[in-house]
Design a binder for this molecule. Structure first.
Ligand code: SF4
Length: 488
């Protein structure tokens, strides 16, 4: 595949970004090149999340817009990978006839063979078995292939010095609105020895920040050599990696937050004081319809447990507004929860029915679109108002900032994780941007505080991957603005 120049566009969560790394690794091993400029590519790959309709809509509209290019370049291969591919399966080509390759998230290792076939003019697909109520099997071979890619990949994560590591695949929670249990299969925890070997390899390659990933990462449980492991054990063992400065784990299900996990925030210094734990709603009636398995009071109890162990932990959430049957009183309960718990941030999504989910099959999507938009804006304003107050309280303080690289949007307030925006992989088009003053070698850098707040400041681009002290001079709801503190 020496003549393959592949470009990847990623929509969605950290899982999809890690999948992009695995795709790049698989293609490189087979001789292909990964290019940052889509115009220079002869293979266009889209890795897409199917959790929200918005990301999927963007995917299909972007593929539709490639019609003229495909006519000009008949050898151009277009592939859809990840959750959306798995969900639609072979039907995807009916919806988007320009697509040549369809590849589920468990079958990324098969990609070179699929591309070869597509380049011979034959559409190609590789998908995991459909999940049946009876069980889970059929994922062992694809898990082994994914492990092989994960273990052998170079450090090329979300930013220099930062690595994602899968600790669990799949999900068994079956929240009413979510397709993940269908498209990523049943829960499988990777053995601790495999996770720790991967972490050590990434540490040797220069990782200083590690994020452990799972759809409900705090449900991690494994047994090896007669010892049972939960996430608290795994975090404590991972924290032993030499040189590790920051350890994070996402995403957490409230039902599985335990005293042992809370204690990790207090007892393991490398663990960042940040917990992403989606509440989704503050109304018990809505939570029950969502099949989340907890009440608002229980959720608040988990937050209290964490904050008792370490009071400064920043808790971030996700919310869905306009879920079927959500009344104004339900929505008010969500707003009240946000006021009480003062989340450090939250993604707010308007409900959209996803094919194959319980909610799509059993509930009427009865909150009008306009009302969903209104609730979305009200909740966002509330979340951002609180974030602004908390960020302003940091002005004048100095924080250790993990530098991710040049800021993708210099001088703007950024919400860099807007999930429906396609990201190029690797992030070539952003490149380092110089300040208007022409200050040689100095760019606006983006970094993360230990509480996962975005901070931007000016400095040399080669600080990417380092932790530097930054004094906060100004704050907006989404961004802190700072100055690097240098000795002397
Ligand atoms: S916990 Fe619920 S929302 Fe999260 S991936 Fe599993 S089913 Fe989806």
């Amino acid at each position: 595949m020496n003549d393959v120049r592949a470009h990847l566009t990623v929509y969605g969560c950290q899982m999809n970004r890690l999948d992009a790394e695995l795709v790049a690794e698989r293609l490189r091993r087979s001789g292909a090149r990964i290019v940052a400029d889509s115009a220079a590519a002869n293979v266009l790959l889209f890795l897409t999340c199917s959790v929200r309709a918005h990301a999927e809509d963007r995917l299909f509209s972007n593929i539709g817009a490639l019609g003229a290019r495909k006519r000009r370049e008949p050898d151009l291969v277009i592939g859809v990978l990840g959750c959306t591919a798995q969900q639609y399966g072979e039907d995807l080509r009916r919806k988007a006839p320009l697509v040549d390759v369809v590849c589920g998230p468990g079958r990324l290792a098969d990609l070179p063979a699929l591309l070869e076939r597509a380049r011979r003019g034959q559409p190609a697909a590789a998908l995991d078995p459909r999940r049946t109520p009876a069980g889970a099997g059929g994922f062992d071979a694809s898990d082994r292939a994914l492990d092989d890619l994960e273990l052998g990949r170079p450090l090329g994560g979300p930013s220099p010095g930062h690595a994602y590591v899968t600790v669990m695949r799949g999900c068994d929670n079956f929240c009413a609105y979510c397709v993940v249990p269908q498209v990523r299969g049943p829960e499988r925890s990777r053995p601790p020895s495999v996770v720790l070997a991967e972490v050590c390899g990434l540490g040797d390659a220069g990782a200083r920040r590690v994020t452990l990933l799972g759809q409900a990462v705090n449900k991690y449980e494994a047994e090896e050599n007669g010892r049972r492991w939960d996430l608290a054990d795994l975090l404590a063992a991972t924290a032993e990696m030499p040189g590790l400065a920051r350890l994070e784990f996402i995403t957490n299900h409230p039902r599985h937050v335990t005293e042992r996990l809370a204690a990790v925030f207090r007892d393991v210094p490398a663990v960042a004081p940040y917990l992403h734990m989606p509440a989704q709603a503050g109304s018990d009636a809505v939570l029950a319809r969502m099949k989340r398995g907890y009440t608002a009071r229980e959720y608040e109890g988990r937050v209290a447990m964490i904050r008792q162990a370490r009071p400064d932990v920043a808790v971030a959430s996700d919310f869905i507004v306009g879920f079927p049957g959500e009344t104004e009183a339900d929505f008010d309960a969500t707003c009240d929860m946000v006021r009480r718990l003062r989340f450090s941030g939250a993604f707010v999504f308007k409900y959209s029915p996803r094919p194959g989910t319980y909610a799509a099959a059993h509930y009427e999507d009865d909150v009008p679109a306009r009302e969903k938009r209104r609730r979305n804006q009200v909740l966002l304003d509330l979340v951002q108002g609180i974030a602004l107050e908390d960020n302003r309280a940091l002005v004048g303080k100095t924080v250790p900032a993990f530098v991710e690289g040049p800021s993708p949007h210099p001088h703007l307030d950024v919400d860099a994780e807007e999930p429906a925006r396609g990201e190029d992989f690797p992030r070539g088009p952003y490149g380092p941007r110089r300040r208007a003053e022409g200050n040689s070698g100095v760019v606006q850098l983006r970094a993360r505080t230990p509480h996962n707040r975005i901070v931007v400041f000016d400095g040399p681009a080669d600080l990417a991957g380092c932790i530097v002290p930054v004094r906060i001079v100004r704050a907006s709801a989404l961004t802190l603005f700072g100055e690097r503190v240098t000795a002397g």
